[in-house]
Design a protein around this ligand. Sequence first.
Ligand code: ADQ
Length: 542
Amino acid sequence: MTDFTTMTDLKGRVINVSNRLPVLIRKHAGGARVERSSGGLVTALEAGWRHQRGVWIGWAGTSPGQHVEPLLLKASQTRPYTLRSVSLTEDEIAKFYSGFANEIIWPLFHDMPSRCNFDPEYWEIYQRVNRKFGKVTAEAATEDDFIWVHDYHLMLTASAMRQAGVSAPMGFFLHIPFPGPDVFEKLPWKKPILQSLLEFDVIGFQSDHDRTNFVACLQRLLPEAAVEPGTPHPQIRLEGRRTVIGTFPIGIDFEEFTRQAAGTDIESQSAEIRRRLSGDTLVLGVDRLDYTKGIPERLKSFRLLLRRFPKQRGHITLVQVVVPSREEIPNYKHLRREVELLVSQINGEFTEPGWVPVHYIHRNLGRDELLAYYRAADIGLVTPLKDGMNLVAKEFCAAQIDERGVLIVSEFAGAGPELRSGAIVVNPNDFSEVAQALHHAATMTAEEKRNRMRLLREIVREHNVQRWIRSFLQAMPAGEPVGSKGGGANDSGSPSAFKHRRDETMPGVALVATALPPHFRPRYEIGKDAKLRVIARAAGED
Ligand code: ADQ
């Protein structure tokens, strides 16, 4: 089995750090039990890390209690990596997770600033929880390890770990989009977040669009950060540090999905689904119940299809599967009501004896059931208003082993541009375009469907999760400390090829100083020990 550490210069382990662990501990009257976490990040990382040793640090999904550690220990025994929890209080969960992460960063980064609740207390707790994650990680890491932090919940952890003296290299991957400067600058804490992100050695984005937005934000808000071209990825230089910024589109474990989808059990389950659903064409939507996924807009597009193309009535059925998500946040409660009202309105308007146009499933499906739906579907309808990547689009293609299905995908998902050669790409806000695309897909010849799906499956096979992990780990510049002069040796002679690189020869602070009026500018010199010293200050300064 592939071990990523053999493809890189990494000597130690990979320490994954994410808000959630792949399992969550659910308390109940008689004690507690372990369940699988949901969502795209866990799906991708679990698939990629199935055979890798290391450590996975995150929150176990519950408030502290005596059950957590023994249950995690037990869950670690069936995995090659150890699970370690960061314990969070009820107040922290409410203000860090539901608050800062999901009421501020999530809507803002998905270009929906009017949904943000910029509560200053959330920021305080976000900083505190990031320090907690940094502390637990600092305790677990050695200098030979590579610390890989995931997603928007943990953007401040690098500075917390640097302050705790961690010298191991650190990478950060953003699973969601990065907004342009006009949106990002609305964030009251924009500068400390950018500065802290630049304490990582590598920052990864889902698409070039996100990376370009990040650079545009730096140029507007942190002009002292210099962008330098690099091969294969550009770098940012700030205060003597360099950070590689790369695009790494996430993928799925294509071979595993395809193998599972081909199972005889899945085939018979899928035939049973088709037999029970009376329509000729099965359209499938699968999402976390989230306002970024465009579920109401999708339902309205489907309603428009039925109004505009009456011949489709009785012949096309939408199965919309939603997994409950973030139900404690008011916006999500409203969304559920909106979706359920639309489903009942459409069904009220169009249902005929023997045909119900929309089947709505509100629960987490097991892998087999999900695969059976993917296989049974004629059309995968993936229309988020904004999405970092969207793995459902890729899972649908991987499960199409008989190359029968058509993918309709939003241009605003990372998967849209990546899959455009085989998919029908739509603007999810254009209900008319989506209705037309559904009609096109429903009436497409078998040959066109096959040709399109072959192309799609090729892309998804090629850009799989293994490649995503490998390319991210390889992005860490090895050997020569970045920015130092001469030689090719490792900076300290340490066995770690990934030693933390601080560019002592480039006092970027001087650049900050030049932005000040002349009478405030301190003067610097670099000492023999390569440390920067202030040699003179303007009168009146401390
Ligand atoms: P998510 O927003 O969670 O992920 P997505 O990439 O679509 O979005 O992943 C959802 C995952 O949950 C898929 O693996 C899907 O199979 C599963 N799922 C959804 N509904 C389900 C149901 N009812 N039952 C069972 N499983 C269900 C975030 C970003 C994305 C990015 C991923 C990975 O928002 O843009 O693609 O991380 O980086």
